[in-house]
Write a protein that binds this ligand. Structure first.
Ligand SMILES: NC(=O)c1ccc[n+]([C@@H]2O[C@H](COP(=O)([O-])OP(=O)(O)OC[C@H]3O[C@@H](n4cnc5c(N)ncnc54)[C@H](O)[C@@H]3O)[C@@H](O)[C@H]2O)c1
Length: 263
């Protein structure tokens, strides 16, 4: 996969999956724009990419705000003149709480970042790609976009919504040279899983990590780089006829129908 001369835009670029993907793009020749609400982690990603010899810039932006999204698109165009690859990835986990007890404000917040943020990214990046006549988008959904599970109503609803947006947007631009796909990670070794493990068992989060790992046929969480590699594939010409679909990266968990338990 060679992205020489291409421009890659990565939201949530300060986080685990976004950072690995930004680095993956840069090491394969892309010029990268890192977007994150958090300046410290977003700038840290840009510094890491630059230290590895990549061409990179960081822009602070809140994906829930239309003006902020338009600003990150404009900054990318001003800096690099085009957008070839868009990893629409910023997300939050919210609370772990049963539906009947879930906080309404938290529900709105999770939907705003995970679903509206992805819509706004599509809304303002797709016109650039359509004008170019080329481009590839990967939205970050989750296995939580395919299945339910206890205690995460907002997150699960948002990720199901991301897959819906992916299907609609892909058909809207399929005849215009632009592809839109989604990636569905299972548990990945990032801050987000540490948060969820702590919420499920504050006294012994490691026990949740161990129990979750036993439910995965591969016996472990994914590494951020393993999600990044799938995103790179979906943004590359190697997937030139793949659009409107999702790739699951979960160590075989969903393929087992949730029945696999390693002993
Ligand atoms: N870690 C997992 O196990 C896992 C599994 C499936 C899907 N995902 C999804 O992968 C994506 C990346 O998650 P991660 O594991 O790297 O988590 P992370 O918390 O390390 O990274 C998420 C990043 O998004 C940024 N962000 C949050 N709200 C934002 C906003 N309003 N505007 C801009 N940036 C914002 C955060 O600052 C953070 O840097 C998310 O969409 C998440 O739902 C993660």
């Amino acid at each position: 996969m060679d992205f020489t001369g291409k421009v890659a835009l990565v939201t949530g670029g300060g986080g685990g999956i976004g950072r690995a993907t930004a680095l993956g793009f840069a090491l394969r020749g892309a010029k990268v724009m890192v977007v994150d609400a958090d300046t410290t982690s977003g700038q840290a990603t840009a510094d890491i990419v630059a230290q590895r010899g990549g061409t990179v810039a960081f822009v602070q932006a809140d994906v829930t705000q239309s003006a902020s999204v338009q600003a990150y698109v404009k900054k990318t165009m001003d800096a690099y003149g085009r957008i070839d690859c868009f990893f629409n990835n910023a997300g939050i986990e919210g609370q772990v709480r049963p539906t009947q007890e879930y906080d309404e404000d938290m529900f709105d917040k999770v939907i705003a970042v995970n679903l509206k943020g992805v819509f706004l990214g599509l809304r303002h990046v797709l016109p650039v790609m359509v004008a170019q006549g080329s481009g590839a988008v990967v939205n970050t959904a989750s296995v939580a976009g395919l299945f339910g599970g206890p205690g995460m109503p907002a997150y699960v609803a948002s990720k199901h919504g991301v897959l819906g947006l992916t299907k609609v947007a892909s058909t809207d631009v399929a005849g215009l040279g632009v592809r839109v796909n989604a990636v569905c990670p299972g548990p990945v070794e990032t801050r987000m899983m540490r948060s969820l493990e702590s919420q499920r068992n504050p006294d012994d989060p490691e026990s949740i990590h161990a129990a979750m790992s036993r439910m995965i046929p591969a016996g472990r969480y994914a590494l951020p780089e393993e999600i990044a590699n799938t995103v790179l594939f979906l943004c590359s010409d190697l997937s030139s006829n793949t659009t409107g679909t999702q790739v699951v990266v979960d160590g075989g968990r969903s393929g087992s129908g949730g029945t696999s338990v390693r002993r």
